[in-house]
Design a protein around this ligand. Structure first.
Ligand code: UT7
Length: 333
């Protein structure tokens, strides 16, 4: 039995915030942000919009693309670190109700920016037990959890959601090798308070009333990302007995174009194989890879049988990747 991605969808909020707009409230410039990250603008959710609203739109889009009815879904999984509620109800339950997935199981999965890749692998395991289609969504309202006074972090992130429908088939292809890793020794590098762990706010934070917010040691995360990226990619290729030139596209976590450029240099492979859209989306955490995949799919750049790789990394630290053959609607390969 093979597990295929048979449809994708995405949603980006209407409002676009440029670097120039940010520089009106922060000590930063478009030149600094773009040259250090490759990001020019990001989408920011409207005040009345929530993570589930974005996830629902991406989900409907993906179901339509796959030609799958919501009531035929076996499970709805949402990868997110910025759900509507701090813990429960899950975003997946809100999506399930809104789209009419009457017979589906639901849960959220938290693996930060590696959430979507992790959710794909979990879904793949579930499909061995229950072959009904699964909807996997990455959705993040990062604008609600960043500190808009911290120029080191807030300039990086954006809001959005991406989704994929997974279906089983006897047709060879679909999801192949997966690498998933955690490294909790780096847990202090990206964190968001507000859980049971007591973290004393600095006097400035107390005064600003900004907790709980995301804090990141950007340079250390950057070095980590560059180090693990080619390790993961080479591991996927080696285990599947492929070489880099077999890949049609690499879809990296859209964190920073400099990370991707550095990886391409280190691996001595063409940068043009790496699909990047962070210039206009920013880093949407668990949503970044499915949004990019949907953009690739809808732009007509994917052909059935194309070999694709994703690599993601984020808070935890979590990291990993997946190799898969593009299917599109079942029956095309
Ligand atoms: O999805 C989660 C995974 N996270 C990531 O992938 C993030 C990885 N890290 C990065 O992308 C980069 O480290 C950043 C973009 C966050 C920062 O770039 P950097 O080249 O590593 O800069 P830096 O942190 O070493 O800071 C260099 C300087 C500092 O000034 P001083 O101390 O040298 O005077 C910062 O204060 O740049 C300053 N700086 C800024 N200046 C203007 C930091 N942010 C800004 C800013 N505008 N927005």
């Amino acid at each position: 039995m093979f597990v295929h991605i048979t449809g994708t969808g995405s949603y980006l909020p209407e409002r676009v915030v440029t670097n120039d707009e940010l520089s009106q409230q922060l000590d930063t410039t478009d030149e600094w942000i773009f040259s250090h990250t490759g990001i020019h603008s990001r989408h920011i959710g409207a005040p009345e919009e929530n993570t589930s609203d974005m996830a629902i739109k991406a989900a409907q889009n993906a179901l339509e693309n796959a030609g799958v009815a919501a009531e035929d879904l076996g499970n709805v999984i949402v990868a997110t670190s910025s759900g509507d509620y701090q813990a429960f109800p899950s975003v997946a339950c809100l999506v399930q109700d809104a789209i009419g997935a009457k017979h589906a199981g639901t849960f959220d999965l938290q693996a930060a920016c590696a959430g979507f890749v992790t959710a794909l692998q979990v879904a793949r395991g579930l499909l061995q037990l229950d072959p009904r289609p699964i909807l996997v969504i990455g959705a993040e309202m990062m604008s609600r959890i960043v500190d808009w006074k911290d120029r080191n972090t807030c300039i990086l992130f954006g809001d959005g959601a991406g989704a994929a429908v997974l279906q089983t088939s006897d047709q060879p292809g679909g999801l192949m090798e997966t690498t998933l890793r955690g490294d909790g020794s780096g847990s202090h590098l990206i964190s968001r308070t507000g859980g049971t762990r007591r973290v004393e706010p600095t006097p400035e934070e107390e005064a600003a009333g900004v907790l709980p917010v995301l804090r990141m040691k950007g340079r250390a995360v950057y070095n980590f990302a560059v180090k693990i990226f080619d390790e993961v990619l080479n591991d996927l290729l080696k285990r599947s007995k492929h070489v880099f030139s077999d890949l049609a596209w690499v879809i990296p976590h859209q964190a920073n174009s400099r990370i991707v450029e550095s990886v391409a240099r280190r691996m001595n492979v063409p940068l043009s194989k790496f699909f990047m859209n962070m210039e206009t989306t920013g880093n949407t955490s668990a949503a970044s890879i499915p949004i990019a995949l949907d953009e690739l799919n809808r732009s007509g750049k994917l052909k059935p049988g194309d070999l694709l790789a994703t690599v993601a990394f984020g808070a935890g630290l979590t990291y990993g990747g997946m190799l898969f053959k593009w299917t599109g609607a079942l029956g095309q390969v």
